[in-house]
Ligand binder design. Structure first.
Ligand code: THG
Length: 265
């Protein structure tokens, strides 16, 4: 499973401060530690700051110390555009986070992903919000697939995010999410991704819920997750789940993680 490191997000108060302060060393340290911990992508979000210029600064700062591909996380097409323009090297590797069926976002972000032919996260939300049922979300995923197909977009680069809602709001929300992942894969043969942490909103000991949720999502075939790779327990959950799913030949990765003393029991 692809790990998208979530730490460089201005929604985290301490990180928002680092971005405001233009603290190059601390930002680069967070980037490098996430990569060392196994991040395949680094998510960058500056929405709580001066979004567009700060995205430019963040992309440049992170790219000074790592070649790991970036995930540009914004609801603003201007910030995504700035991120794409600033990235050095192969722009078709940038994961755009995100597009949706919301009219404005679709109109403004679609041309950017077509121009750079980059991978994109598609949210199952439209102008009436996040649908309550799995069926409606699957229908929105289908609409996105249809629009992108018409534009000759390479669907192997599409990651659908069916958007997790808290189990505290409805105890069937996690189950509904698993149904979405399964159906989206079966019907459209596209990848799925999740930000996980909404699942545990308003519950105590949130990390426990996030970890078990992730493991079940993986078993249902989820392809990528936005998470904190500096959390040893979550990396342990991923490594162990991949072993148990028969994706770790001879247990090589599990044993390697053990030798590096990464596994937490
Ligand atoms: N889907 C998509 N994009 C997303 C989300 C999603 N982007 C934003 C968000 N959800 C995912 N990113 C974060 C980033 C930080 C935290 C939660 C989600 C966070 N971090 C705390 C910290 O680092 O201090 C705690 C981390 C921890 O649990 O250890 O809260 O759903 N497409």
């Amino acid at each position: 499973m692809l790990i998208i490191g979530e730490k460089l997000n201005s929604a985290i108060p301490s990180v928002r401060q680092l971005i405001s302060d233009k603290d190059t060393a601390a930002v680069q340290d967070l980037a490098q530690r996430q990569v060392a911990a196994g991040a395949d992508y680094l998510d960058l979000n500056t929405a709580q700051n001066n979004e567009v210029p700060d995205m430019e600064w963040l992309v440049n700062t992170v790219q000074e110390v790592t070649d790991v591909p970036l995930c540009i996380d914004s609801t603003s097409a201007a910030a995504i555009k700035k991120g794409l323009e600033t990235v050095k090297g192969d722009k078709s590797k940038v994961l755009v986070n995100s597009i949706s069926l919301e009219k404005n976002r679709l109109e403004e972000v679609l041309p950017l992903i077509l121009e750079y032919q980059c991978p994109v996260i598609g949210l199952t939300v439209d102008d009436s919000g996040i649908p309550k049922t799995a069926e409606e979300r699957i229908r929105l995923a289908e609409q996105l697939v249809e629009i992108l197909t018409k534009e000759n977009y390479d669907l192997t680069k599409l990651y659908i995010d069916p958007l997790v809602l808290p189990v505290a709001v409805d105890h069937t929300n996690a189950k509904m999410f698993f149904q979405c992942i399964t159906a989206i894969k079966e019907k459209f043969n596209v990848k799925t991704v999740s930000g996980l942490s909404n699942i545990s909103y308003n519950m105590p000991k949130r990390k426990i819920i996030n970890r078990y949720f992730l493991s079940i999502c993986m078993a249902f075939g989820m392809d990528a997750a936005i998470l904190d790779p500096l959390d040893g327990k979550i990396i342990t959950a991923i490594t162990t789940t991949e072993l148990l799913m028969g994706k770790d030949r001879f247990g090589k990765n599990y044993l390697k993680a053990h030798r590096k003393d990464i596994l937490v029991d």
